[in-house]
Design a protein around this ligand. Structure first.
Ligand code: ZN
Length: 346
């Protein structure tokens, strides 16, 4: 119980990409870049194993950005035709590629990365993909002209990818849906349906892969910190989403707990699901003590049984300084171990 995991991304080594940047430029090219990405995956796995993280990831070392890393290999998207659009309900502007035709996945996007990581660790391995709504919200569109319809097209491409990942031995496929915290009406109308379509069949036909959804208040970048300051004393965005997810076929749901204004009683809305409980703040460089992590876990245990709680980071660590991320992972594992020892006492 209280098996630890991380949201997904880790800082890239400074020899691979610009450090502490959300869209870092690669420092290598060609075959040296491919070799560097693989070396970075080995380092990311080792970092987590040494810290004592139970369910590890490849740290998203192969992608510049958590959304566009998947999109680069699909057809139907024009990466030259970039447009400045407002994303996450205009929280920030980003220059994004344009959908100009039907979305198709001709070949596996992350399959080789998944097989490489699978061969490099004996721990359970999670692989992250962007969720359909978050993809739709991070692209300009001149083809579908309807967000729900476009989300279903991406869900089909994601599902092909997710099945390949499950077949490669990935234990958990997680879809990142920060947009779920922004568009409550669309989540109800088509967001959860698109998510379930992306996640369908991963636990059937010889596959034994769990599905997770990561919903968060974003990295610790200024636009997000400013946005959170407008959300009031209690952040209740999860309140409308969680009951829909509780009824869905998704196995695991993440939420931000530590240093967040999310009322933890909302965890009770996830009855029957695994809870990825954020016990590490990625928006602060202050390293939590193991006791602070333990306190965050105990607070969630008021609303969910420990067998269902997986202590986790609040969000990805990609833009953080590497030594700070490492220290935070050490505290995450140590804090979970503290609570496990308490629970083991007669
Ligand atoms: Zn996140």
């Amino acid at each position: 119980m209280l098996e630890t995991t991380i949201a997904g991304s880790l800082p890239k080594p400074s020899w691979l990409a610009e450090p502490q940047k959300l869209w870092p430029a690669w420092k290598l090219e060609g075959s040296a870049l491919e070799e560097g990405k693989r070396d970075a995956v080995l380092a990311a796995l080792k970092l987590q194993e040494r810290a004592g993280i139970d369910i590890v990831t490849e740290g998203e070392m192969g992608r510049q950005h958590f959304v566009h890393g998947f999109l680069e290999r699909l057809s139907g998207i024009d990466f030259v035709k970039r447009q400045l659009i407002g994303i996450r309900a205009d929280r920030y502007k980003a220059v994004c590629p344009t959908v100009t035709g039907p979305i198709r996945r001709a070949a596996s996007v992350h399959g080789a990365e998944a097989r490489f990581a699978r061969a490099a660790t004996t721990r359970r391995l999670k692989f992250t993909l962007p969720g359909p709504m978050t993809i739709v919200d991070t692209l300009a569109d001149e083809h579908y002209r309807d967000r729900g319809t476009m989300a279903m097209a991406f869900a089909d491409a994601l599902n092909q990818e997710a099945r390949d990942l499950a077949a490669a031995g990935i234990d958990v496929v997680q879809f990142d849906e920060p947009a779920f915290n922004v568009y409550a009406d669309e989540v109800r109308e088509w967001g959860v349906a698109a998510l379930e379509r992306a996640a369908a069949g991963l636990n059937e036909g010889g596959l034994a892969c769990k599905t997770a959804v990561h919903i968060c208040y974003g990295y610790g970048i200024k636009a997000n910190i400013d946005w959170k300051a407008t959300l009031g004393a209690q952040w209740r965005q999860y309140e409308s989403v969680f009951p829909l997810l509780a009824k869905s076929r998704i196995d695991q749901v993440s939420l931000e707990c530590i240093n967040s204004r999310v009322p933890l009683e909302l965890v009770a809305l996830l009855d029957g699901k695994d809870v990825l409980a954020g016990a590490i703040d990625v928006a602060s460089d202050t390293v939590e003590t193991p006791e602070q992590v333990a306190a965050a876990i105990r607070a969630v245990m008021k609303y969910a049984r420990p067998e269902r709680i997986f202590p986790c980071t609040n969000c990805g660590m990609a833009p953080m300084a590497r030594p700070i991320a490492e220290a935070k992972l050490n505290s995450l594992a140590a804090g979970a171990a503290l609570v496990r020892r308490e629970l083991a006492k007669p």
